[in-house]
Design a protein around this ligand. Structure first.
Ligand SMILES: C[S@@+](CC[C@H](N)C(=O)[O-])C[C@H]1O[C@@H](n2cnc3c(N)ncnc32)[C@H](O)[C@@H]1O
Length: 220
């Protein structure tokens, strides 16, 4: 089956033998792909809306996997069970993802791995998930339709990060891929343009942007 490159990258972060819940599964294509491409895996597809779940069910039936992939209706990780050790959330705003995880900490007891691909607010997401007691185990960038996406794998455990690592990603800074450098150069241009037009009275925002610019310059 075919899925987009972003979902393929998300899938590549999911470990063999894991018990996965895909929160906000929508069409459930990721879940079908995971099931078909892993020897041993348990996958639960979950969404807060009935509409997407209907499409998910119909896609799952197309592949005759209705006895293999469970579909659950519910908000965030309310749908989790004790066996789940891996949470995947992709294609939502970063702060929405943080909200889903942060306010249901008890549900994370058995969760060792959290794989997130947020649409925005990546630095805040890194900061908040680290505060929940997870460290950044891996991170990759991917460009699709001129948009750069992050996929981040968090594992349970504590690590300390400096401001630059939280803002730009400790693993991305280590890997320094070509795409990462291009991404930083574009971000730098965006910030310089913004500083140019942002009135001086927005002191806090200007300070924040200047700090971000300094971190990018240091890393290039
Ligand atoms: C843009 S789709 C992303 C679909 C898929 N995960 C992907 O990356 O292609 C977002 C999905 O998240 C669901 N969603 C949004 N907030 C949610 C929440 N709090 N709990 C569960 N699902 C949620 C929406 O109903 C929608 O189906």
């Amino acid at each position: 089956m075919k899925i987009n490159e972003r979902l393929k990258l998300v899938a590549s972060f999911v470990e063999e033998n894991s018990n996965v819940i895909d929160v906000g599964c929508d069409h459930a294509l990721l879940d079908i792909y995971l099931f078909l491409n892993r020897k041993k895996i348990r996958v639960v597809a979950s969404d807060v809306k009935e509409g997407p779940l209907k499409i998910a069910k119909s896609n799952i039936e197309k592949y005759n996997l209705q006895d293999k992939i469970e579909v659950r209706l519910g908000n965030g990780i309310d749908t989790i069970d004790d066996k789940i050790d891996t949470i995947v959330i992709s294609g939502m705003g970063g702060l929405n993802m943080v909200g889903i995880l942060k306010y249901k900490k008890d549900e994370l007891k058995h969760v060792n791995t959290i794989i997130l691909s947020p649409n925005n607010e990546v630095a805040n997401l890194r900061r908040e998930i680290v505060k929940l007691g997870y460290y950044i185990d891996d991170e990759e960038l991917l460009e699709e339709k001129k948009q750069v996406y992050h996929v981040i794998k968090f594992k349970k455990g504590k690590k300390r990060y400096c401001q630059t690592e939280i803002e730009l990603g400790p693993i991305l800074l280590q890997k320094k891929s070509k795409l990462f450098i291009t991404y930083l150069e574009k971000e730098r241009k965006k910030i310089i343009k913004l500083l140019d037009i942002l009135p001086k009275k927005y002191l806090k925002r200007r300070y924040q942007l200047k700090r971000e610019l300094k971190e990018i310059n240091k890393s290039l």
